[in-house]
Design a protein around this ligand. Structure first.
Ligand code: FES
Length: 174
């Protein structure tokens, strides 16, 4: 093999190695959206049964690990959920309602007397079951799926989702 051929092979070899070295982060970058944590696709543990009293709604923040490009934001609040423990023998034992108002998305609060929910933005009123008690909201408060573990003090897990405001039925947002 001549010296020229050796040099050409060396150059091609270096190019191949460089190409491989650049391919790995390039593929990782292209595929990174697939690994991003999704919102609303899993159940999150929000509370223990012992933290709830029957018929007394309590709000819990939903925390998720978020990622924006290369930056991670651990345990960021992405929403809030009202949990209402039901009397013994009622199924489901805990009702979860998202705190986002179905009218325009403001945060729904508990009334001072604890007997209804109200949204301060345009005065929507809801029963503790989430049913509208005036005509402001186009639909009831949005219920969320709940999982309850077994054991002496079960964990309450909720699948947090967002729904389109102002619609008369639940339409999940992507
Ligand atoms: S956003 Fe709740 S009443 Fe309008």
């Amino acid at each position: 093999m001549s010296r020229r051929e050796l040099l050409v092979r060396l150059v091609w070899g270096c190019r191949a190695v460089l190409g491989l070295v650049m391919l790995v982060p390039g593929m990782a970058f292209l595929l990174s959206p697939l690994k991003k944590s999704g919102r609303g696709t899993s159940f999150d543990a929000l509370a223990r049964m012992s933290e709830l009293k029957v018929g007394e709604p309590r709000a819990f923040a939903v925390l998720k690990d978020l990622r924006d490009g290369w930056v991670k934001y651990p345990r960021e609040p992405i929403g809030s959920v009202w949990l209402i423990r039901q009397p013994d023998g009622v199924d489901p034992p805990v009702v979860a309602l998202t705190a986002e108002c179905p009218h325009l998305g403001c945060a729904v609060n508990l009334a001072a007397d604890g007997k209804s929910f109200l949204c301060p933005c345009h005065n929507s009123i809801f029963s503790l079951a989430g049913k509208p008690e005036n005509t402001v909201s186009p639909r009831p408060m949005d219920p969320l799926d709940v999982q309850i573990t077994s054991g002496p003090d079960p964990e309450i897990r909720v699948k947090f989702e967002r729904f389109r405001p102002q619609a008369d039925r639940r339409i999940p947002l992507a």
